[in-house]
Design a protein around this ligand. Structure first.
Ligand SMILES: NC(=O)c1ccc[n+]([C@@H]2O[C@H](COP(=O)([O-])OP(=O)(O)OC[C@H]3O[C@@H](n4cnc5c(N)ncnc54)[C@H](OP(=O)(O)O)[C@@H]3O)[C@@H](O)[C@H]2O)c1
Length: 362
């Protein structure tokens, strides 16, 4: 049978205490030390992924390091641990390996990992881009925004996911704000967008200022910090947070009933799927990066598909087409682990309109 593996890791120490309740009494720094020395292991079997054309099985393999450890420990140590986790996937008989969360962000975004394994590797970023854009467009439409008239900001615009999102959206929007940390990289991206699409994108190093003007925000940074707070956002704003760990404060959900925050890159997987692992979603729902690995296995396309930081528009379109062929669908909206209903979206839109009216008449 065609088979795949997907690498996961605890985003922070609380993921460990959720799984092993006895660890609740262990101080965080000790959990971190234990993770650092723990070997990679198989977390669960994945069964039932079935399309019209193929049926596959797979496994989750854990690389025991938190997101913070992945970016703060020496890169060679982290990459080596990811490679060791990849070897566990090989031993399990996987024919392709997907890299989840920070295992696809550290170092050269999978290139060194792929060089040191016998099986192909993919970061899943192509399908993540496709689904983030589809979700953000749909959410914007439901909030009454016409992309041709509103301001769209990409946070983490110079990154692997952010830059392709920007290049694709540049074809649909009039005002695009590219937000990043490196002015040279931002200029380079803006020039490429101008050359490819004719759109003059604005660039910004000032995240808070950019958010004040943005109607639609796609956030895809490698920061482990909260970057978007309730006081930063415009009434009626739609925020698609692709980053894991998330960059949007939970306080936005608590304090801003006029703003729609959705998690980017969530999909429904075809078949009677059992992940045998609870990552907080309803049954059959997965991250797009996981789905990309499944799509490639279903298609028997055993090649290192998305690797390194350059994702092409062609790849995004191709994987989106393959996803549809095999029956993957962008899942309904979710926000802070909960489904967002049509009624809630209508209420958010009404609250936003009321807030704008009050401000205008004040
Ligand atoms: N939901 C999903 O299915 C899914 C799938 C894959 C990845 N992800 C997540 O998506 C995120 C992005 O992944 P990636 O592969 O695109 O990472 P990446 O290539 O490392 O890019 C991240 C970008 O964020 C920028 N950045 C960092 N801090 C920032 C800040 N404070 N303000 C503005 N920009 C900032 C970085 O700028 P510099 O380079 O200048 O530092 C970089 O350009 C990660 O959190 C990852 O875990 C989610």
């Amino acid at each position: 049978m065609d088979s795949f593996a997907f690498m996961i890791h605890p985003l922070d120490e609380s993921d460990v205490t959720k799984k092993y309740s006895a660890a609740r009494f262990v101080p965080k720094f000790i959990i971190a030390q234990m993770l650092k020395h723990a070997p990679p292991f198989k977390a669960s079997d994945i069964t039932g992924v079935t399309s019209k054309y193929n049926k596959i099985d797979g496994s989750f393999v854990t690389c025991p390091l938190t997101a913070k450890q992945m970016i703060s420990l020496p890169e060679s140590f982290v990459i080596n641990k990811i490679i060791q986790a990849g070897k566990v996937a090989e031993q399990l008989g996987a024919k392709i390996l997907g890299l989840g969360a920070y295992t696809s962000v550290v170092g050269d975004a999978g290139l060194s990992v792929a060089k040191n394994l016998k099986i192909p590797v993919t970061t899943g970023n192509s399908y993540t881009v496709a689904t983030a854009i589809e979700g953000a467009k749909l959410a914007s439409c439901k909030m009454g925004h016409n992309l041709d008239e509103v301001k769209v900001a990409i946070i983490g615009a110079t990154g692997s996911i952010g830059s392709v999102c920007a290049e694709i959206l540049a074809r649909d929007v009039k005002t695009l704000i590219l937000v990043g940390k490196d002015e040279v990289k931002l200029h380079r991206l803006a020039n490429r967008i101008l050359y490819d699409t004719g759109l003059v994108a604005k660039i910004s190093l000032d995240l808070r200022q950019s958010l004040k003007h943005a109607d639609v925000v796609i956030c895809a940074t490698n920061s482990v910090e909260i970057l978007i707070n309730p006081e930063d956002l415009k009434p009626g704003a739609v925020v698609c947070d692709v980053s894991r760990p998330r960059n949007v404060s939970r306080r936005v959900a608590e304090l801003r009933n006029d703003v729609l925050v959705i998690e980017g890159g969530l999909v429904e997987v075809p078949g009677d799927v059992n992940f045998n692992l609870n990552f907080g979603f309803p049954p059959g729902m997965a991250y797009a990066c996981m789905a990309e690995t499944m799509i490639l296995a279903l298609e028997k396309k055993y090649e290192s598909y998305t690797l390194g930081r350059d994702v092409s528009i062609k790849q995004v379109m191709e994987i989106d087409k393959l996803a549809k062929k095999h029956g993957f669908r962008v899942a309904g909206f979710r926000s802070f682990e909960k489904a967002v209903t049509e009624v809630e979206i209508n209420s958010i839109r009404d609250n936003a309109m009321r807030k704008v009216l009050v401000t205008e008449t004040a």
